[in-house]
Design a binder for this molecule. Structure first.
Ligand code: SAH
Ligand code: SF4
Ligand code: F3S
Length: 445
């Protein structure tokens, strides 16, 4: 009998890549993927634990998915990923219909685990020091972009963060396996490769560091762009900056999480850099790669963040001038160090702080995007926008979403687009009506 498998993914790109890995494993075991949970006999949710809100949402979704088990008791309901690793057996206590809890290091044996879960509730949450899945072939989703996890885990232990506890120790894939994956992605027709890792630039395999890996990947024919996320500021070596500058396929964009502009907060977060060191790093990067676009992550309301700390962050964001920023309210994660510290910023004040930073960043992003008006950007074509099939979109080299009139461009091509207008979230080519694209959701399909 054919076995049908449904998967839903939450969280970051690493989870998206892990879901593709699981799809690869299940494909080889004879499963066929289906797009609706009602059609599946195995339902898997790949989860995130980064903030409480993420877990709440997933609990809600699991509640809905348990209906399928009521109607069809043979269905296997599995929870994978970071929340599975975080809560382990507790997840089964809270949602007794869950048959399988599998953490990020258990995917190699996924088909066997599912078979076990048909017989009895199964828990596979042992973290590994060596598992990288480098030899497994993921079933990648169609599109122009291929995710390649080049390292797993994290050894930084920022005090707010659950990742080191749910993804285990840092380990890198062998360089030849990474390069084989890049070549394989190119052969499958992907045009952009995104190297993934929680501290992606801490990559090391013997003599091959992150800089050397970029240089080697840059030589793979067929690939137009090589991106990576997220680098840690303290691992951003001059060698890596130099490699970014020299590699033709590495575009001028860098996501460089800051978290806070206040040294007191950075130190309690255990980020291992000061704001001064961070800004000097930014200077070196901008000198080496003129016109590079920077984006970042910021947390507001960390325990002990005073009004003055917050204002310091505000000023730092202004000085640095990010093209875009993801801003989060601090969320205590049981298990992470800072969860033991009393929260000093109440919800209302967190809301005030986040709203202010988001508003200011929106204005800043708009100004940055408007400064591109009149210039020509190189866009890697992704496909039609949701609103208008004759208007297509893609990313510029600076990773800005760019909308342009279709006129025969093909998916995966890099086309020049003259920027005629801008919103905080997108560049618009000549002939595109600005009003249609008020938010990024209007653009992306
Ligand atoms: N490895 C990346 C971050 C991964 S998590 C890095 O070190 O930069 C993505 C972002 O989520 C983080 O950059 C941080 O801004 C945010 N985040 C992580 N834990 C959080 C928490 N407990 N509360 C609020 N935001 C958090
Ligand atoms: Fe979390 Fe810090 Fe590791 Fe990033 S570097 S995953 S924020 S512990
Ligand atoms: Fe979430 Fe795990 Fe990614 S906690 S952000 S899915 S590494």
């Amino acid at each position: 009998m054919e076995r049908r498998f449904y998967i839903e993914t939450y969280g970051c790109q690493m989870n998206v890549a892990d879901s593709e890995l699981m799809l690869g494993q299940l494909g080889r075991a004879g499963y066929r993927r289906v797009e609706r949970a009602e059609e599946a006999d195995v339902i898997l949710v790949n989860t995130c634990a980064i903030r409480e809100h993420a877990e709440q949402r997933i609990y809600g979704r699991l509640g809905e998915l348990t209906r399928h088990k009521l109607r069809r008791p043979g269905v296997v309901l599995g929870v994978a990923g970071c929340m599975a690793q975080h809560l382990r057996g507790k997840l089964m206590e809270r949602v007794p219909q869950v048959d399988l809890v599998v953490g990020p290091d258990g995917y190699r044996r996924l088909p066997e685990l599912i078979d076990e879960a048909r017989e009895e509730p199964t828990l596979a949450v042992r973290l590994s020091r060596v598992e990288t899945y480098g030899d497994l072939v993921p079933a990648r989703a169609d599109g122009v972009r291929a995710w390649v996890s080049i390292m797993r885990g994290c050894d930084k232990f920022c005090t707010f963060c659950i990742v080191p506890y749910v993804r285990g120790r840092e380990r890198s894939l062998p360089a030849d396996e990474v390069l084989r994956q890049v070549e394989h992605a190119a052969a499958e027709g992907f045009r952009e490769v995104v190297f993934l890792g929680q501290t992606v630039n801490a990559y090391r395999d013997g003599d091959v560091d992150f800089a050397e890996l970029l240089i080697r990947a840059d030589r793979v024919p067929g690939i137009a762009r090589i991106r990576f996320t997220s680098p840690h500021p303290s691992d951003m070596t001059d060698r890596a900056i130099d490699a970014m500058a020299r590699c033709e396929k590495v575009p001028p964009h860098l996501h460089l999480p800051l978290q806070s502009g206040s040294d007191a907060v950075l130190s309690r977060m255990r980020r291992i850099y000061s704001i001064d060191e961070y800004e000097r790093l930014v200077e070196r990067i901008r000198r080496a790669i003129p016109g590079i676009a920077l984006s970042t992550d910021i947390i507001v309301g960390f325990p002990g963040e005073t009004e003055e700390d917050f204002e310091t962050t505000r000023r730092a964001m202004d000085r640095i001038g990010y093209e875009s920023a993801f801003i989060f309210k601090y969320s205590p994660r049981p298990g992470a160090r800072s969860a033991e510290w009393p929260e000093t910023v109440d919800e209302e004040e967190k809301t005030r702080r986040i709203t202010l930073l988001i508003e200011e960043q929106k204005e800043r992003s708009l100004l940055k995007n408007e400064s591109d008006i009149g210039s020509i950007v190189e866009v890697l074509v992704e496909g039609p926008t949701k609103r208008n099939p004759s208007e297509w979109f893609g990313k510029s080299a600076q990773f800005k979403t760019t909308v342009f009139p279709h006129r025969g461009a093909r998916v995966g091509e890099v086309v020049p687009v003259r920027v005629a207008a801008a919103t905080p979230h997108a560049l618009l080519g000549e002939g595109v009506r600005a009003a249609t694209f008020a938010t990024v959701e209007d653009v992306l399909t």
